[in-house]
Design a protein around this ligand. Structure first.
Ligand SMILES: [Zn+2]
Length: 423
C-alpha cells in the first residue's frame, strides 16, 4: 500500500514510539519499555502520523514527493506533556523563593508573614486581561521550545467569582491562539486576604455560585482543589470536588504536598483522575489510589527548590500506581521545562530515564485523558513530535539544564527550532 505524506523524519538514532500504550497507563515494569526503533522514521500527513517504523520500512511505504527531515544521530520522541500547570498569574516571588531555599523559611511561614499566594491573588486580580495574556503567552512559548506540546492549565490565582471565570476564559483563548493544546481546570487554590479564617464561607460561594456558572459556560474540564494545611481542609475539599462532579466536571486533587493532609485518601474515595504531589502520602493511601485507577502526578520542582523531601517514587511505582511528571509551574517558582523534570526525577527521585520519559509522555497523556490522540508515535495519532539533539534518551539526566529540543512539531507543523518559536 502506498501512503501519502507531507514529510518524513528519517534516520533517527532512536525513535521512541511507546507503541501500544494508548488503552491504559503504564505501571511498574511496563514503564521501562519505550518501544524504541533504531534508525527510526515517522511520516506525517496534515496533522497526523501516517507511518512509523525503521527508515527503510517507512520510505518503502511512501508515495514520492514528500519532504525529508534527516534526524541522523538524534533522538525523536512524542511531544512532551505537562499535566499540572498553574498558568495564569501576575507578578513574581523570587525574593520569597530564595528565603525558602537558602534561609529555610517555610512556605506557610511566608504566608503568615503576609507574603506568598495571597499577594499573587491580589496582583493578578489587579492585572488587565491583556497583561495576563501577554505574560502567559511567553510562558507557553518557552514550554513549546522545550518540547512541550500539550499542558493541563489551572485557574486559581484570583479566587473571586469574576476572576476565576476570567482566568478560565484566558485559558480557553490561549488554547485557540497558541500551538500548545491546553486542558482547562478550575482550581480552588488560594485563600484571599479577606477570606482568611473564613474558608467555609469561601467554600460555600464556590459550590453555590462559581462552579455552577463555570459548568454552565463549559469553561473547565476538570475541578481541582488545594487540599492542604492552611488552605482547604478535607471537608471543604470534599464539598468542592463533589460539586464539581455534580456539575459534570472530572476531578483532580492536590494531595499531601506539605503535610499528610489526607488528600490522597479523599482522592481515592472520590475516584479522582489524578492525585498530585503525594509527598507525604502513606503507602496504604497509595494502595487505595491504585484500586481506584487514579494516576499519581509527581511534581519535583518544590522538593528540588526548597522542600527537600520528594515523593517516594520507587516505592510508589513498585506499588503499581501509574505515575506522570509535571512542572507545577506557578508564581512561587517557575520552570517550563519537562526535560528538567525528567532530569530531577532521575537524579533525585531515582526513577529510571525510561520511567521518567513514560511519565512525561504517555502517562501524562492518560492523566488528562488524551492518550487516544497524543503521548506516543503511532499511526493515526496527532503529529506532536520532538527531535532532540541527543543520541539517546539517557541524555535527559546526563546533559541537563540546557534545552536539547532541536525541532518541535505540533499538529504536523514545525513550531520551534533551536530554541526559537516559529510563527
Ligand atoms: Zn499545583
Amino acid at each position: 500500500m502506498v501512503i501519502k505524506a507531507d514529510f518524513a523524519i528519517i534516520n533517527a538514532e532512536e525513535l521512541v514510539t511507546l507503541k501500544g500504550t494508548s488503552s491504559r497507563p503504564l505501571v511498574g515494569e511496563e514503564m521501562r519499555n519505550l518501544g524504541i526503533i533504531k534508525d527510526g522514521a515517522v511520516a506525517i500527513k496534515d496533522d497526523r502520523i501516517v507511518a512509523v517504523g525503521t527508515t527503510k520500512e517507512v520510505l518503502g511505504k511512501l508515495e514520492k514527493g514528500f519532504e525529508v527531515i534527516d534526524a541522523s544521530g538524534k533522538l525523536v520522541t512524542p511531544g512532551l506533556i505537562d499535566p499540572h500547570v498553574h498558568l495564569i498569574f501576575a507578578g513574581s516571588r523570587e525574593e520569597e523563593l530564595e528565603m525558602m531555599a537558602v534561609k529555610g523559611v517555610s512556605y506557610l511561614e511566608i504566608k503568615e508573614r503576609g507574603g506568598g499566594m495571597p499577594t499573587t491573588l491580589k496582583k493578578t486580580g489587579e492585572a488587565s486581561t491583556e497583561e495576563l495574556l501577554e505574560k502567559t503567552s511567553k510562558i507557553l512559548d518557552t514550554m513549546l521550545v522545550h518540547g512541550t506540546t500539550t499542558i493541563e492549565a489551572k485557574s486559581g490565582y484570583e479566587m473571586t467569582f469574576h476572576g476565576e471565570i476570567r482566568q478560565l476564559e484566558i485559558i480557553n483563548i490561549l488554547n485557540k491562539i497558541h500551538p500548545i493544546d491546553l486542558v482547562p481546570t478550575f482550581l480552588a487554590q488560594g485563600i484571599p486576604f479577606e477570606y482568611e479564617n473564613r474558608v467555609d464561607e469561601l467554600t460555600r460561594e464556590i459550590v453555590e455560585k462559581w462552579i455552577p456558572e463555570i459548568a454552565k459556560r463549559r469553561l473547565a474540564e476538570y475541578c481541582d482543589v488545594f487540599c492542604e494545611k492552611g488552605y482547604f481542609n478535607i471537608e471543604q475539599s470534599r464539598r468542592i470536588l463533589e460539586t464539581g462532579r455534580k456539575y459534570g466536571m472530572k476531578l483532580r486533587i492536590h494531595a499531601d504536598w506539605l503535610v499528610h493532609s489526607g488528600g490522597a485518601r479523599l482522592g481515592a474515595e472520590l475516584g479522582v483522575v489524578s492525585a498530585d504531589h503525594l509527598i507525604f502520602t502513606p503507602m496504604e493511601d497509595i494502595e487505595a489510589l491504585v484500586r481506584k485507577g487514579t494516576i499519581g502526578i509527581f511534581l519535583p520542582t518544590t522538593p528540588f527548590c526548597y522542600l527537600g523531601t520528594y515523593a517516594k517514587a520507587r516505592e510508589i511505582i513498585n506499588k503499581g500506581l501509574p505515575v506522570a511528571l509535571a512542572t507545577d509551574l506557578s508564581a512561587a517558582n517557575m520552570c517550563e521545562s519537562m526535560q528538567m523534570m525528567m532530569a530531577i526525577a532521575v537524579l533525585q527521585m531515582k526513577m529510571t530515564t525510561e520511567e521518567a520519559l513514560v511519565a512525561a509522555t504517555i502517562n501524562a497523556a492518560h492523566s488528562i485523558e488524551r492518550a487516544y490522540e497524543i503521548g506516543s508515535l503511532e499511526e493515526g495519532k496527532k503529529a506532536d513530535i520532538v527531535i532532540f539533539d541527543a543520541p539517546n534518551h539517557k541524555f535527559f539526566p546526563y546533559h541537563y539544564g540546557v534545552n536539547l529540543a532541536e525541532k518541535v512539531f505540533k499538529n504536523g507543523k514545525l513550531v520551534a527550532e533551536k530554541g526559537r518559536r516559529i510563527k
